[in-house]
Unconditional design. Structure first.
Length: 70
């Protein structure tokens, strides 16, 4: 069996065409926007945000925000 490797630009175009055909232009745009690259350095931000907290404290805060009992 021989695998044919297509250029990534062709694959991207075929994938977009399939999405547009199946879910429409607007929902295709909404779907693709999820995958845009962000900015900043999340690792550094995370270290700064949570530097004085243990994993247990972070988990407890997440749980309290979910239940609304902050």
């Amino acid at each position: 069996m021989t695998a044919c490797i297509h250029p990534i630009a062709e694959i991207n175009q075929r994938a977009k065409d399939a999405l547009i055909r199946e879910v429409g232009v607007i929902d295709t745009i909404r779907f693709l926007n999820q995958f845009r690259a962000g900015s900043g350095d999340y690792t550094a931000e995370r270290a700064s945000l949570f530097r004085d907290m243990t994993a247990s404290e972070i988990i407890a805060e997440i749980k309290s925000r979910r239940t609304g009992s902050v």
